[in-house]
Design a protein. Structure first.
Length: 320
């Protein structure tokens, strides 16, 4: 009986270790990349169906309209009067949508099939892009368009400014008065981030830096960095002692905050317990830090310091 109990406990411990190893991008026994295998499995809808079958419900556009929102100016809506949005992490040239999975549930893609230009709109600005599931999404001046699931009635703009990356679309394809306050609602979105009339950031999000591209920031807008002398498996921080005076460990998020992360797979957000017992945030098991030399949100003065410190991407990779 004692041997049986020992075997069960050992097996349970091994299973737990395997779960963490897989989450941290470790390799399987046969040399395969466990992270890639897990990501592929998570991305595939149950039963091998399309993204629509997995809960993503694209919406039709019909004839577009333009209405003037007090704080935002002219805004594009679909035929039902719902505000259409664009996502900063997408690209317009070439058109490409990176909003998939849970993101697409919160921001349903607008289908291109029956879309027609609004009166007074340049019809040549309308186009389409093929999404990963094969559906054709409507674009405006190259930017893929979406509805926001938290807009529950026509002419709401609850999605304006969410995560600092979602904005109502103006008739020319630009952001509707980018940076303006949100409209009639809070702009909160527990699947992809939060935002409100005050322009609050989610606890963890991705912003597009002019030089570095998409990089991770914390809820105060501070750029988060990786230290190349750290290790991801086993997780270990080698920034100790005087190093911590300059590079402060990012605090681990609670469960609710993890759910509000924008543009980052929650499965990659894992706790690392430092030698002093504090809980540090990691992405894909890489410990993250903020730089005391960054004095304002969005600064990246820590980039490349000592050839060992770099901003980090949503998948935990270095931003170089």
């Amino acid at each position: 009986m004692r041997n049986l109990r020992s075997t069960v406990v050992t097996a349970a411990g091994a299973a737990a270790a395997l779960v963490l190893l897989t989450a941290c991008g470790g390799e399987t026994k046969d040399g395969g990349d466990a992270k890639k295998a897990g990501a592929a499995q998570a991305a595939a809808p149950a039963g091998g169906g399309t993204a629509q079958a997995a809960g993503v419900r694209p919406v039709t556009a019909g004839k577009l309209s333009i209405w003037t929102s007090g704080p935002l100016g002219p805004v594009v809506t679909d035929s039902a009067g719902f505000t259409l949005y664009r996502f900063d992490s997408d690209t317009a040239s070439p058109p490409k949508s990176v909003c998939e999975g849970d993101c697409a549930k919160a921001w349903p893609p607008v289908l291109a099939a029956d879309a027609r230009a609004a009166d007074g709109m340049n019809a040549a600005l309308l186009g389409k892009v093929t999404r990963a599931d094969g559906t054709q999404q409507l674009t405006l001046k190259g930017w893929p368009l979406y509805r926001f699931a938290k807009d529950t009635a026509p002419r709401q703009t609850n999605g304006q400014g969410v995560g600092g990356t979602w904005f109502a679309a103006a008739p020319d394809g630009s952001k509707a008065k980018a940076g303006a306050a949100a409209g009639s609602g809070t702009g909160s979105d527990t699947s992809t981030g939060t935002g409100d009339a005050a322009g609050a950031l989610p606890p963890l999000s991705v912003r597009k830096d002019a030089k570095l591209g998409p990089i991770v920031r914390d809820g105060k807008g501070r750029t988060l960095y990786r230290f190349t002398k750290d290790t991801d498996w086993p997780m270990k921080s080698n920034c100790t002692g005087p190093c911590l005076d300059t590079w402060r460990p990012a605090k681990m998020l609670d469960k609710a905050a993890v759910a509000q992360a924008t543009g980052i797979d929650p499965k990659l957000i894992i706790e690392y317990k430092r030698p002093d017992g504090t809980r540090q945030l990691t992405v894909d098991c890489w410990p993250l830090y903020w730089f005391t030399g960054d004095k304002a949100p969005g600064e990246t003065k820590g980039q490349g310091v000592g050839g060992t410190w770099f901003a980090v991407r949503a998948d935990g990779a270095l931003a170089k």
